[in-house]
Design a protein around this ligand. Sequence first.
Ligand SMILES: [Zn+2]
Length: 77
Amino acid sequence: MQTVVKQLVNEDGEVVPVDEQVWHAVRDFAGDNALVCTGEYTSFGSGHGTYESKKMHTGITCKDCRAVISAFHKLKL
Ligand SMILES: [Zn+2]
């Protein structure tokens, strides 16, 4: 299970239209959750946006998050 988040209000305080809301991947960055695609903090008190979160096995619908994850999968260790 992984946590995914949907941005309801962006960092500028603008409501994100429902048809533009997507589920983002999050990662830990300096002790707080941040969006994989933009790096915006999603934890209460860390950023200015408003988010809905849930735990899922799949379901990342943000094309930018998916592109970042795909790019990392192509790296060889
Ligand atoms: Zn994203």
